[in-house]
Design a protein around this ligand. Structure first.
Ligand SMILES: [Zn+2]
Length: 330
């Protein structure tokens, strides 16, 4: 049993309380490679932002759970080395799908876990979430639950269609489970293909997706004043990165994300954690493809993973400063 506090990590409690009050959101960036971790830490330190580094079940399978935990511990030390005296870094399990997986993460030093029972019948979601909360709170680990279903693909999480969170359920769910934050479904979606072109409107040659259901968000906020709300699937799928990928041999068709103005608006509300994964994948892939196309003789991984790291860092900083507003909060 390793406690996250001994690793220099923090849970989400104070971070979220400040974010809700301050009208900004904490970035939750997924990671499974060293370059992503370095880029996240560099961006967070340079912008003086708290940050959630999150690991999905797929990331654990890819990179190994123990290695990722040590990388998070390394992230704290790296942040200090870069000059940040008190880094606020959370190591979070994204989309935990069983009590055992959540317990395993808590036991190995995670400071926060998500238990995603959103695909279960309501009562089973309540029971599973409560079981995780009861275990996690013994160690002061914070827990994110979910109500409502997002469309899209994220690792093993696949849903063909979304169901908005029902505002009439949120109070009951939070009081019965004791969760510290709640992921909701208001129209965001996992992956880089969040909407089909048919769902979008063509405005000045650009496909604009349907707006998020801010009315549902407002109703949820009314039921749970000041309670931390989480948005999954909130990449914007920058079209310049998509264009770079396609220019240099890629084939990403109709990749569409959530417009940043909408996320900016959400960040000002009780939404205090915004999950971004696909944008990092796109930034990495665009940079690697560019090097491969322009310097076909290059075979030193540092020469293409280095530019990939720089491009991700630029994206992370942009999100922190221009979308979430979590800069200068340390
Ligand atoms: Zn998600």
């Amino acid at each position: 049993m390793v406690n996250y506090k001994d690793l220099g990590l923090v849970n989400t409690r104070d971070m979220f309380a400040k974010a809700v009050k301050g009208g900004y959101a904490i970035p939750a960036f997924n990671f499974n490679t060293m370059e992503q971790m370095q880029a996240i830490v560099q961006a967070a330190v340079e912008t003086k932002s708290p940050v959630i580094m999150q690991v999905s079940k797929g990331a654990r399978n890819y990179a190994n759970a123990t290695i990722l935990r040590y990388m998070a511990q390394g992230a704290v030390e790296y942040a200090k080395e870069l000059g940040c005296a008190n880094p606020q870094i959370v190591l979070h399990l994204d989309h935990g799908d069983s009590f055992e997986l959540c317990k395993n993460c808590i036991d190995m030093g995670f400071s926060s876990v998500m238990i995603d029972g959103s695909s279960l019948p309501y009562d089973e979601n309540v029971a599973l979430t409560k079981k995780v909360v009861d275990y996690a709170h013994q160690y002061d680990v914070t827990v994110e639950g979910e109500l409502g279903v997002l469309a899209g693909v994220e690792d093993e999480v696949v849903a063909a269609e979304s169901h908005y969170t029902k505002p009439e359920e949120v109070e009951d769910f939070v009081s019965k489970t004791g969760v510290d934050s709640l992921a909701i479904s208001i129209g965001t979606s996992h992956g880089a293909h969040k909407f089909t072109p048919e769902q979008c409107t063509l405005v000045n040659g650009v496909l604009v997706p349907p707006p998020l259901a801010f009315d549902v968000l407002a109703e949820i906020e009314k039921k749970l004043p000041g309670f931390p709300i989480v948005l999954h699937g909130s990449s914007s799928v920058p079209q310049d990165e998509v264009a770079t990928i396609n220019q240099f041999g890629g084939k990403l068709e109709a990749a569409i994300g959530i417009p940043e103005e909408q996320l900016r608006q959400a960040a000002k509300s009780a939404v205090c954690k915004i999950n971004i994964d696909s944008d990092s994948r796109l930034a990495m892939t665009a940079a690697v493809r560019k090097v491969f196309a322009e310097k076909p003789a290059e075979f030193d991984p540092r020469k293409y993973l280095g530019p990939a790291r720089d491009n991700m860092k630029k994206m992370y900083e942009h999100k922190i400063i221009n979308v979430l507003g979590s800069n200068d909060k340390l």
